[in-house]
Design a protein around this ligand. Structure first.
Ligand code: NAD
Length: 365
């Protein structure tokens, strides 16, 4: 990879809001691996835990904020951005609060739990003149970038079908992911969103129709408020059909296939954090690509930092996350009504995306 490592004072400084599993296990290590991003402050409801983590990460007690004193970050010139890593229904509140104090916003997926919330987030950030990026790590991941290039190159022939599965078991009844008010839904906005967003990214078009079914095991207390499984089919203007399955009730499996006229691509695993694999099966050969992996979260962070530093629109802005929230609403409507639902038609490619990440972020061997 071209070394774009910036000295600390030139990097974008972040306040991370929400110190749960993703932050601890993935984002703190990603800051160490990043080239343009710097961890500068922690925002948490648990000040003791946050102070302990701050010390471990080389920050001080003064870098720890609780939710009530979030606005004190206004005075911190070395914090230009926030990374919101809270339960889904809290994304809107903290996006709006961050925008009001002039901070750039990187927000975890799903962007919001309703179309109304997602639209408000996009609007408030635009009015405040701050960037809003949806943290879609898959769109910054070399394996997926290669898949999209192969599809675009014509080598596979015309792409006909995509087939994506993202399932896992969600055993913990107390989890916020199983509470409708916090999560906005069940497996669909959490793991099914990977199938949806990756299909849109790889095909590059916007679906115009969706047909869906939901299912929850009767009597299973985990699924009293949110759905267990969803099957949904999307139709795209060029004729590509994408079939998708997501669930909280089946053992971990995350794969994606692209079925085209002359060859098929298989990504398996497709949505894990590491060890992704991509294979090309044509009638004459089976080829496994050697793609050098890089930390997905560091790539995503550094893309946003590059956007903050240059003022350009991120590849996955708020509008990209909003479009998925709209489609999720249509998926639930289709399942509830037992019929296909039409989506607003959009012509052209990448209609909701900003400038692609720089080539240097896409090393492969
Ligand atoms: P988590 O439960 O591990 O952490 C959530 C954090 O929010 C905790 O620190 C918790 O204390 C805090 N919190 C504040 N108010 C809360 C409330 N009312 N209820 C519960 N917790 C509250 O969750 P996580 O897995 O870190 O997920 C956080 C966000 O990150 C979600 O939006 C999720 O969809 C997203 N996520 C993204 C990826 C990815 O690969 N991009 C992976 C996992 C999670």
């Amino acid at each position: 990879m071209t070394d774009q490592t910036l000295p600390p004072q030139e990097r974008t400084g972040y306040a991370v809001i929400g110190l749960g599993e993703l932050t601890e296990a993935q984002l703190f290590p990603a800051f160490h691996l990043s080239q343009r991003s710097r961890l500068a402050a922690l925002v948490s409801g648990d000040s003791n835990k946050a102070r302990e983590q701050a010390r471990r990460l080389g920050l001080s007690d003064a870098d720890v904020y609780d939710y009530d004193h979030f606005e004190d970050l206004r005075e911190r010139a070395d914090v230009q951005a926030v990374f919101i890593v809270l339960p889904n229904s809290l994304h809107r509140e903290f996006t709006e609060r961050a925008a009001r104090i002039g901070k750039q916003v990187l927000c975890e997926k799903p962007l919001a739990v309703s179309v109304q919330d997602a639209e408000a987030m996009v609007r408030v950030c635009a009015e405040a003149g701050v960037l809003l990026m949806t943290a879609y790590r898959i769109q910054y991941t070399p394996h997926h970038q290669l898949a999209r290039e192969l599809m675009e190159s014509g080598q596979l022939g015309r792409v006909k079908l995509l087939d994506a599965v993202n399932v896992q078991t969600e055993p913990n009844e107390g989890q916020w992911r199983l509470k409708r008010a916090l999560a906005g839904g069940g497996s669909l906005p959490d793991v099914g969103l990977y199938c949806l967003n990756t299909a849109r990214y790889l095909i590059g078009e916007e679906p115009y129709e969706v047909f869906a079914w939901t299912h929850s095991t009767p009597g299973d207390p985990r699924f009293a408020e949110v759905e267990e499984s969803v099957s949904f089919t999307l139709r795209f203007p060029s004729g590509v059909v994408s079939n998708n399955l997501c669930s909280y009730g089946a053992a971990h499996h995350r794969s994606l296939r692209v079925l085209a006229e002359r060859a098929n691509l298989t990504l398996d695993p497709a949505f894990d954090y590491t060890n992704l694999r991509i294979r090309n099966d044509s009638q004459t050969e089976v080829k496994e690509y050697l793609v050098k992996e890089a930390d997905q979260f560091a790539l995503e962070l550094d893309h946003f930092s590059a956007c903050v530093q240059s003022g350009r629109q991120p590849f996955t802005p708020g509008e990209e996350g909003l479009q998925d929230v709209r489609i999720i609403a249509a998926i639930y409507q289709s399942a509830a009504e037992g019929r296909p639902v039409q989506l607003q038609r959009f012509e052209g490619r990448d209609v909701f995306r900003g400038q692609p990440p720089e080539r240097a972020e896409r090393e492969r061997s």
